[in-house]
Design a protein around this ligand. Sequence first.
Ligand code: B1M
Length: 232
Amino acid sequence: MSDEDDIILSELDDEELVQQMFDDLYDGLKEEIEEGVNILLERGWQPYDILTKALVGGMTIVGADFRDGILFVPEVLLAANAMKGGMAILKPLLAETGAPRMGSMVIGTVKGDIHDIGKNLVSMMMEGAGFEVVDIGINNPVENYLEALEEHKPDILGMSALLTTTMPYMKVVIDTMVENGIRDDYTVLVGGAPLNEEFGKAIGADGYCRDAAVAVEMAKEFVARKHNQANA
Ligand code: B1M
């Protein structure tokens, strides 16, 4: 999409640089994405703005062309890899806010689903907001969630699904929690591009999170409510 040889990223103004990063993400150029992230940081951009405006913005374009059959899995994998390179630079910066410990969360992508960028982003933002996060990865059957809940006893269970075919599995997890008599011990938050609020309600989740920022806000709200109830 771009002629890399001619472009010196540091010579571009902010708007041009973000535009170029969209192209570089599209082309799966990890080193260029890392360089772009570092340049924006040097220019005083907030890590969260880089994440949402440059990286998530670029991935939205990739997603549209993937949907339209212009990009295919190998290219999207390269784009995802480039995105992860940029996220790795931002992760410690988002986590070092010095926020007081808010609570804890176990999070994982459901069975049959290997998308993990959104989940990783939620984990990063939650850690930055002071939550302890146990990330159980991708493709999780219900047993994995139950084991992690038993072991870590978090305040919140987070589930991610990016496919219309895998999102119903969230209900399997919640129903099993009900059967095992542990549903009310946890706040269950769900997220992922194909979900919506109605779906969240229908499967019995406590909340649907449109994005990582909403996940943090909801998590804080639920934990505060739980503490108030405990102190009442
Ligand atoms: Co896939 N894929 N993919 N893919 N992929 C989608 C999801 C798709 C919408 C693309 C499209 O057609 N436009 C489509 C799903 C269609 C559908 O179900 N209706 C799709 C498909 C079809 C597939 C395959 C089936 C393709 C194939 O093999 N033919 C296959 C399935 C593999 C599987 O999982 N079994 C597949 C594979 C892949 C790759 C491996 C190539 C790669 C994943 C790499 C990786 O994750 N490591 C990939 C990617 C990258 C995408 C798109 C392009 C981008 C997803 C992403 O990372 N977005 C995606 C298109 C799209 O979503 N527009 C697509 C950026 C991320 C920051 O956003 O994940 O939405 P998101 O997370 C947000 C919120 O949703 C929310 O917060 C996050 C941050 O703001 N959130 C949560 C997410 N999880 C949360 C959990 C929470 C709270 C909030 O818990 C509390």
